[in-house]
Design a protein around this ligand. Structure first.
Ligand SMILES: NC(=O)c1ccc[n+]([C@@H]2O[C@H](COP(=O)([O-])OP(=O)(O)OC[C@H]3O[C@@H](n4cnc5c(N)ncnc54)[C@H](O)[C@@H]3O)[C@@H](O)[C@H]2O)c1
Length: 262
């Protein structure tokens, strides 16, 4: 008897029909494909990004989809006043169901060369913006007794990489906030989970001087012997944004091809 084997290279769909999603850094290396996957799953996505070229590329890609449900706002997440103003306008239109705190900057140099001001800049984009977004969206989620918050942390929180002190600190903060928010928001039907991507070949990887050597290092450490792709992130984000995870909260899911196991 012939069996139909499901294709494993496709983005799987958990329905997100009419879910309204706020996605920071939506136009980035991992954000681009994930945004398209969320749109295909029926969601309305409002992206926040500050890179006009990447925004234009995402908008062009989204045009090929049957319905236009993408809105990208160009805002610098480190500008608290501008972000708060944008959010208050966005939530006035309609509340959000899902928040994905994904935008990040990742300057790299030895710890003693970072100024405190540089630490604060990383904190502003990678953590403070997430807090501001959560504060703005929480009342809407709470009023409808349903919400999903997904914080994007990093494999670097567990070790393995040098010269990323402010970034690693910020990714640890997101894991801490995931747990704290999960405990506080669970009673309102809101789940809060993090993902920790492994090593994906996006802009973030360009900080490594020898690409081939680095790629081999990654494969040697992963259980799955292929490089990660944006669709691997998209699949897990879709799952965490869906109804399927109503009983999973406070967790950090390692999306790294079986590298970190705890
Ligand atoms: N790519 C990887 O291998 C990897 C590994 C571990 C964790 N991550 C995490 O995954 C997430 C996405 O990473 P990526 O690879 O897509 O990175 P990326 O740099 O391609 O995307 C980040 C996006 O955030 C936007 N952004 C940065 N600063 C901003 C600001 N001040 N205001 C508004 N937008 C801003 C950028 O324009 C960009 O589109 C990040 O949180 C990153 O830390 C990535």
């Amino acid at each position: 008897m012939n069996k139909t084997i499901p294709q494993t290279d496709q983005i799987n769909t958990f329905s997100l029909t009419n879910r309204r999603i706020l996605y920071t850094g939506a136009a980035g290396g991992l954000g681009h494909d994930t945004t398209l996957a969320l749109l295909k799953a029926g969601a309305h996505v409002v992206g926040i990004d500050n890179d006009p070229e990447k925004i234009a590329k995402l908008q062009a890609a989204a045009k090929s989809l049957p319905e236009q449900r993408l809105n990208i706002v160009q805002v610098d997440l480190s500008n608290t006043n501008a972000l708060e103003k944008t959010l208050s306008e966005l939530i006035r239109d309609e509340p959000f169901d899902v928040l994905i705190n994904n935008a990040a900057i990742y300057p790299s140099k030895p710890f003693e060369d970072f100024t405190l001001e540089e630490f604060r800049t990383v904190q502003a984009v990678n953590v403070d913006a997430a807090i501001i977004c959560a504060k703005a969206l929480l009342p809407g989620m709470r009023s409808r007794n349903w919400g999903r918050i997904i914080n994007v942390s990093s494999i670097t929180f567990y070790g393995g990489w040098e010269n990323l002190a402010p970034y690693v600190q910020s990714k640890g903060a997101l894991v801490g906030l995931t747990r704290a928010w999960a405990r506080e928001f669970g009673k309102w039907g809101i789940t809060v989970n993090a993902i920790a991507p492994g090593a994906f070949p996006t802009d973030a990887e360009k900080i490594h001087p020898n690409p081939d050597e680095y790629s081999q290092y990654v494969l040697d450490h992963q259980s799955i012997k292929r490089r990660g792709e944006a669709k691997d992130i998209a699949n897990v984000i879709q799952f965490l944004a869906s109804d399927a995870v109503g009983f999973v909260t406070g967790q950090t899911v390692n999306v790294d091809g079986g590298w970190i196991m705890n």
